[in-house]
Design a protein around this ligand. Structure first.
Ligand code: 5GP
Length: 185
């Protein structure tokens, strides 16, 4: 059977994963974007079932206990995870799926889907990453600190992924991802 490709976009918070994924799904509506579950509180403008499935810890732990998640990880004090069922359905229908997830979860995906195509997005440098996190203004100081500390550990792992690319210029990064996904160039 011809199953679809599982494409994982990973890298530290603030690196531009979300923007790249938005551009990709806009340009290629045939790519199915998996909606994650999280215990993080919604930010202004985030929509239940579109941005995330917002759960409390008990609900999330129930999903873990029922083996309903493909992968999950704790990140900056909250759980984040990929609901399994939709991903499996879409892949079986031959559709390609995009996951936008942090680095530990991206490591776990490989154990379940060895053929997954994983792209690690790097910042040009740590200063730029900090600047981007501050500029988006969605986290408080404590959360920014947690994310930057975590970024240092995450960046060390970049070599373990199939592809790495430095997100210096959005257009160029998008073109590189397209080349990887569609085997172009
Ligand atoms: P944020 O709070 O900024 O929305 O997300 C924090 C981090 O969690 C980001 O790096 C994001 O990519 C990651 N993330 C989002 N959904 C998932 C998921 O389902 N699993 C894992 N492991 N990480 C996720």
């Amino acid at each position: 059977m011809n199953t679809g490709t599982l494409i994982v976009i990973t890298g530290p918070s603030g690196v531009g994963k979300g923007t790249l994924v938005r551009l990709l799904t806009k340009k290629y509506p045939e790519l199915y974007l998996s909606i994650s579950a999280t215990t993080r509180k919604p930010r202004p403008g985030e929509i239940e079932g579109k941005s995330y499935y917002f759960l409390d810890r008990l609900e999330f732990e129930r999903m873990i206990a029922h083996d309903e998640l493909l992968e999950y990880a704790e990140y900056a004090g909250n759980y984040y995870g990929t609901p399994k069922q939709k991903v499996q359905e879409q892949l079986q229908q031959g559709k390609s799926i995009l996951l936008e997830i942090e680095v530990i979860g991206a490591g776990l995906v490989k154990q379940i889907f060895p053929e997954a195509l994983r792209i690690f997005i790097l910042p040009p440098d740590l200063k730029t990453l900090e600047q981007r996190l501050r500029n988006r203004g969605s986290e408080d100081e404590e959360d920014i600190k947690k994310r930057l500390e975590r970024a240092i550990d995450e960046l060390i792992l970049s070599k373990e992924f199939e592809y790495e690319l430095v997100n210096d210029d959005l257009e160029q990064s998008l073109a590189s991802i397209e080349a990887i996904i569609f085997n172009k160039g």
